[in-house]
Design a protein around this ligand. Sequence first.
Ligand code: ADP
Ligand code: MG
Length: 157
Amino acid sequence: MRVDQARLEVWGRTIGAEVRPPVTIALVGPLGAGKSVLARAIGVGAGVVDPMPSPSYNLLFEYEASNGRRVVHLDLYRLESPDELWELGWASLGHRDEIVLVEWPERAGDAMPPDHWIVELRPVKGQSTLRDVAVDRAGRPADLPPFPAQLTSDGSR
Ligand SMILES: Nc1ncnc2c1ncn2[C@@H]1O[C@H](COP(=O)(O)OP(=O)(O)O)[C@@H](O)[C@H]1O
Ligand SMILES: [Mg+2]
């Protein structure tokens, strides 16, 4: 599906509001693809009220969300080796009440939890305001609200 930012954010807020943790979502795509935009929208939907800065230097930020849930936002772009993950507390992520959002999951190598969603955002040539979104899964993650058909700009899914 091909979406503008507003539509991507509506989907993100729906995910945040409806997904039942624990769930891990890998956000894949080049710099500027919109991974952080989607992560923030998921946070807003989940009830995060604090601003969600890009976790570039910290690699990990954790937020209180509504209904006792937590949102953990990681950006592994600057991770030099999957070994560093353990210093971030990686081993204790994915608790019952956590929505874990991982930018640059490739950096984690095979340390990603077996069950997770993979959302890929791809820039569209010549259309700087649009992204192609592809959703895939690894293992058996908790249900993700589908991308509502009426949100896609070309009617496709
Ligand atoms: N359809 C779109 N979806 C998401 N972001 C978009 C879209 N169109 C333009 N943008 C812009 O692209 C940038 C994406 O930035 P960001 O989310 O930080 O990227 P990433 O985290 O993937 O590096 C933002 O400036 C956003 O406003
Ligand atoms: Mg980012």
